[in-house]
Design a protein around this ligand. Sequence first.
Ligand code: NAD
Length: 371
Amino acid sequence: MLAGYGEVDFVKGAPRMPSFQPQFAVTIAPVRVRFGDAALSVIADEVTRLACHRALVLTTPAQADLAVSFAQALGDRAAGVFTDARMHTPTDVTERALAHAIAIGADCFVAVGGGSTTGLGKALALRTDLPQIVVPTTYAGSEATAILGQTEAGRKTTITDPRVQPEVIIYDPALVATLPVALTVASGLNAMAHAAEALYARDRNPLSSALAVQGLQAMVDGLPKVAANPADLTARAQTLYGAWLCGTVLGQVGMALHHKLAHVLGGTFDLPHAETHAILLPHTIGFNARNAAAELAPLAGMLMAEPGPGLHAFARSLGAPMALRDLGLAEADLDRAADIAVQNPYWNPTPLIRNGIRSLLQAAWAGDAPT
Ligand code: NAD
């Protein structure tokens, strides 16, 4: 029996349902989700369903061929393709895409790709109020939120706005099956981070907690299978389902230390998004488990270990990146990162003492097990 997890049955590993809350508030966005179809075969119908005729297809340079396939599938409902989406949604890229959208008379956006592509679609929707269809090809979960992070002059800011919420999501497991194993694992852990923080969110509700548990379970079960066989479409579907649930709770409740640190490291030190989340996760959740043991008990049950060490062992077993230094972060930058992380106070289950954050970052930088 582990301290603080008295009711978890580690032998069966059964996740315990989070405690019911007799009072809560929840906002549920009206999103149409189409799961499991071949996206190329249904995209034209979905554009028609929105009463749109001139879709602009968006993606990153690496996925340009895929965008062309979607434009072909759309036929005369495609107005054009923009293939220059970048990580952290730089506003200069958005302005270029916006000029293109206006020039071709686009009346909706079809974003095909990971969080970077989704981010561009959201930034365009914010500026035009046109509808978006997102076809996710990673597990980032951005498609399920009304949150947009944008970068201007090296500074990343985040807003939440209903115009940013995509109207339609098409989840096609075959499109995620091309994601390389290393990015698959990192992106899957990125999704788990949303659900883990949702379990102890101050504004959580019974629905967000239930979705978070389901999302985590889908990832804990499915990620080892996709890491072993990336072409396993059943496991891809299971993990994509998990990513949807994890993304949905990210959009429903407030995040805490984990997302704050990932934001600081991504925005200030330009570290890659999914990998940074993957490395931080065991450390941030371990840090918060001290004060949120009951809330994190379902996760402990799935991992059959305390959350921090359990996530560390899980990530290692998947071959995930384990050390921030391997992403190119200098040890000398850890002091600055810790300073920024505690600059603007925000709610977190464990009090945010600067030295505690600095020690956490040191362990994540070196790739040590969470203490
Ligand atoms: P990404 O979209 O940048 O993709 C990483 C790379 O993988 C890109 O080159 C991409 O083209 C390629 N790729 C994507 N899917 C592929 C596939 N199936 N096969 C082969 N290659 C593929 O990475 P990401 O981690 O999905 O997204 C990161 C971005 O998303 C960040 O900017 C982050 O801030 C944002 N994000 C936002 C939210 C939100 O709610 N606002 C949530 C999560 C992430």
